[in-house]
Design a protein around this ligand. Structure first.
Ligand code: OGA
Ligand code: MN
Length: 291
């Protein structure tokens, strides 16, 4: 079976031809998916009815080690009983849709800010793989922004200005912006991390802007000046021409490269409509022999 990718947007994002990823174990197909990720940064696979365990196994086959230090694990018991399975849903442990004043809901609403997964950790997230179990019949989409194209479109003076800059990323900062605060104990696992603002991606050799709502400061800069520059870059990178919007179907698996994209959930009435997804994110560590 040959795997092919059909572009969904002029700059990035593609949909894969029919394939059952649960059965993909061979190096050639896994390498083809990685190459597709290098080129398109977001890949949509339809009809992937993964169990949580199958999703975890596939993520490890594709990209190595898995992230377990997500913000959600810091604030609540993991509903899926596996630290690498992040519960991207609006449902509590008993399966009921979260009430409007639920703390977990306030935390989850932070996903509606433009971000990249686990940038507040080191290693940060590389691939995120989000699998949809329950999709409401109102729009509850996810948007992705292509940070390589956004970098390419910057004026040369700006590119020169950004060279060598480092950014501090903090979940307490981004959630704080929404009025959400962590307890002292929760913050223990959320110290924040420093990453380069511009990075050259190993696979595509393209440069990318590494930004997020978690980006709190430019290291060694006065805080207000750094924030203004970060906000200016966020505004630039999220212009419509750089954005792909994904409409979910049940059993979709969407894989995105957190080094090359930002994403955000779009608003819908999450106190009314059930939406259940599971995410696995890999660690952004150097690849071993196979890739
Ligand atoms: C995520 C995320 C957005 C959404 O799963 O990392 O940010 O639309 N999701 O659920
Ligand atoms: Mn996310």
């Amino acid at each position: 079976m040959t795997l092919t990718f059909r572009k969904l947007h002029g700059l990035f994002a593609a949909e894969a031809s029919p394939i059952d990823l649960r059965k993909v174990h061979d190096d050639a197909t896994l390498a083809k998916i990685r190459a597709g990720m290098d080129e398109h940064a977001v890949l949509v696979f339809r009809d992937q009815p993964f169990t949580g365990a199958e999703q975890v196994d596939f993520a490890a086959r594709l990209d190595g080690q898995l992230h377990t230090k997500t913000g959600l694990n810091a604030i609540q018991e993991n509903r899926h009983g596996h630290a690498a399975l992040t519960d991207i849903s609006n449902v509590d442990a008993d399966g009921n849709v979260n009430k409007a004043d639920d703390r977990r809901r306030f935390y989850s609403l932070g996903n509606r800010l433009w971000h990249t997964d686990a940038s507040f950790q080191d290693p940060a997230g590389r691939y995120s793989m989000l699998n949809a179990q329950v999709v409401p019949d109102v729009d509850a989409d996810t948007e992705f922004a292509d940070m390589r194209s956004a970098y390419d479109a910057l004026p040369d003076e700006m590119k020169a200005r950004l060279e060598g800059l480092k950014v501090h990323h903090s979940l307490a900062y981004s959630r704080g912006m929404m009025g959400f605060s962590f307890s002292q104990a929760e913050q223990q696992t959320l110290q924040g991390a420093i990453h380069p603002l511009v990075r050259t991606l190993a696979g595509s050799k393209r440069k990318s802007l590494y930004l997020a709502s978690h980006a709190s400061m430019i290291v060694d800069w006065h805080v207000p000046e750094g924030r203004l520059l970060l906000w200016e870059l966020m505004e630039h990178a999220t212009q419509r021409e750089f954005v792909y919007r994904h409409s979910w179907r049940v059993d979709d698996l969407v894989i995105w490269d957190n080094r090359a994209t930002m994403h955000r959930g779009r608003s819908y009435d999450d106190t009314l409509h059930r939406r259940e997804m599971r995410r696995v994110t890999t660690l952004d560590l150097p690849r071993t022999a196979q890739a």
